[in-house]
Design a protein around this ligand. Structure first.
Ligand code: GSH
Length: 217
């Protein structure tokens, strides 16, 4: 583990998924903070052709990106405590939820940020489509309402009583959106209750983002 290097910007939601996952497993990795835009330079793009963080670099130069893929690898190497699952059924359930949440909520929130809050930066790197922001925002609100109904069976976490990668994934994006973009509708009491529960976890506290535009305190 210790010979690997995790490239990240620690305030970024995708990177936080991995650092929170590591914290939950009581694992540590050497970290390399990437400065704004450095991830779009040729040296970084050689590691990840998407030009995005996080990237896990192995001692032989192999580079793994995509936060879920990195967490899958970490879990396979360090099964305890299980954050994806202890058996095939648990693992499949976690992946089912992680995919639902990623496709329906997290990626929409990421694109709202890319095409809105951070449009000036992203415009010079990728296609930005600001006109779809209202549609994406409406879809996130709709899916959050659906999630709130799903949690109406009194479950503590997304997969019931198990705290999993699905919670970490959703939390890192929803915490970002709730504090930086638009607060989650207060009427969605199961989702907001879940948000507060996860926010209180030591892994969430330890990885709380300090954004570059935030004054030091
Ligand atoms: N699907 C990727 C998304 C990675 C991503 O969008 N990372 C953002 C930080 S949250 C990033 O690198 N933004 C800067 C850029 O794209 O230039 C993952 O799962 O890791």
């Amino acid at each position: 583990m210790s010979a690997m290097l995790l490239h990240l910007a620690s305030y970024a939601p995708n990177a936080r998924v991995v650092t929170m996952f590591l914290h939950e497993k009581a694992l540590e990795l050497p970290l390399r903070e990437i400065t704004h835009g450095q991830n779009r330079e040729p040296a970084f793009v050689r590691m990840n052709p998407m030009g995005q963080i996080p990237v896990l670099e192995f001692p032989d130069g192999f580079c793994l990106s995509e936060n879920v893929a990195i967490c899958e690898y970490l879990e396979a190497q360090n099964p305890d405590p299980p954050l994806i699952g202890a058996d095939d059924r648990e693992r499949a359930e976690t992946r089912m939820w992680a995919r639902r949440l990623d496709l329906n909520i997290c990626e929409h929130l990421a694109n709202i940020t890319r095409f809105g809050l951070a449009e000036d930066y992203f415009r010079s790197h990728i296609l930005v489509v600001p006109e779809i922001i209202p549609g994406l925002a409406a879809m996130v609100e709709d899916r959050l309402r659906w999630l709130d109904l799903q949690m109406g069976d009194g479950r503590t976490f997304v997969c019931g009583e198990r705290f999993t990668l699905a919670d970490i994934l959703l939390f890192c994006f929803l915490d970002f959106a709730d504090t930086r973009v638009k607060p989650v509708e207060p009427g969605l009491t199961r989702v907001t209750g879940w948000l507060e529960r996860v926010r209180a976890r030591p892994s969430a506290v330890a990885t709380r983002p300090r954004y570059p535009d935030q004054a030091a305190s």
